[in-house]
Ligand binder design. Sequence first.
Ligand code: C2O
Ligand code: CU
Length: 429
Amino acid sequence: MISLLIACTDPVVVDSSPPTSESTPLDSEAPANELASPAPAVDLDDAAEVLHASFVVENFAYNGQVPGPTLRAKLGDTLIVDLENKLEVETTIHWHGLAVPYAMDGVTWQSDPIAPGESFRYEFPLNQAGTFWYHPHFDTQAQVDRGIYGLLVVEDPSDPSPDREVLVAADIPDEVGEDGEHVHGQHGAGGLWTVNGLSAPTLPVEAGERVLVRIVNTSNTGYLDLRDVRVVGNDQGVLAAPTDSVLLGPGDRAALEFLPGSEPIEVMSGSHSLSGPGMEHHDQLLFTLVPSGSEASADPLPFDFSGEAATPDPGTTDVLYTFQGGAHTEQWAINGEQYPDVTVETLQSGGTYVIEVRNLSPTEHPFHLHGLEFEVLGSEEKRVEDTLNVPIRGSVRLLVEANNVGDWMAHCHILPHAHGGMMTVLRVE
Ligand code: C2O
Ligand code: CU
């Protein structure tokens, strides 16, 4: 049970407040405000290439922990998750960023959600390496908001191994009003981030270690604006070149490399206004790496950043999505339509298509596509993603290979926007 009651406190006092989640089992017996990865799922299968976990979802948590059990496997492994629904409401699991078979995607466009008291087996091969997460895709806004989600890593055995790796879910817990009503977390500027349920924890490390932090933005509405960091991976694996900043909208992920010497390293998120610049900027401390020892910083891990050449933009557009709406109306639409009353665009299996997403609204939107990865056209190097921010009055052009048959959700991952109708269906047949 997650009880997140953050009063409208001054951000400054957060440091001294106790952890906001009472139920986050961690990898180690970490003291209260030390950051550790959410405890791993128990593997019920002896075979090295199968990860078989059993989840009970109850009291708005998977197996009683928030974030849920961490799933970690290797490229080519099979994942099996048996889900038993002990909630009083229907639910599903969506495997965010993984191109799974349609029946495993956890959406309820054509298939029923899992009823209270029922169970469902998810089973599929893991064919993509990277940092992913899983969450319900039924009444998503409310269920994710309550803390029903977990982290999933698919390792690429050809990547170098860090000395220490920590998985982090960054979230903005909601304020719960006196009447029990959820007041949804504010966009970056006012909301307070927690990492694995903790406010500004420390991460104990050794000087001279190479530390990899995989961070997932699990918030409903907040943007993480990370600067002065070394970004080595995005949502779908290693980047073509490391960068020193990254903006992560809801649902987006990054892999950050830290090379601590003897000095602490503070990891901050800048505030980010969805409606463009102009708001007062104040940074929030997410966590602090606190080294022991006096070794000098190590050299970076030898990731293979060579990447592949970007595909030239064919110049044509097969599917155009225009994102419309504004905070003043709370009406959110794609091509003037609101889910579920949408026109289903159809792609033929085996074809390659260009999707253009145009943002006509005065606020940013992170575009997320199920079932298919996309290459971001116009990048210098080949860049493959599944969740991508679309700036105000900007557009992105995406190349997809229609290699997975199904009815794939395409939506904004700001969950109140998706809930408000900013979601459509892309069919591959
Ligand atoms: Cu993270 Cu349609 O979902
Ligand atoms: Cu949106």
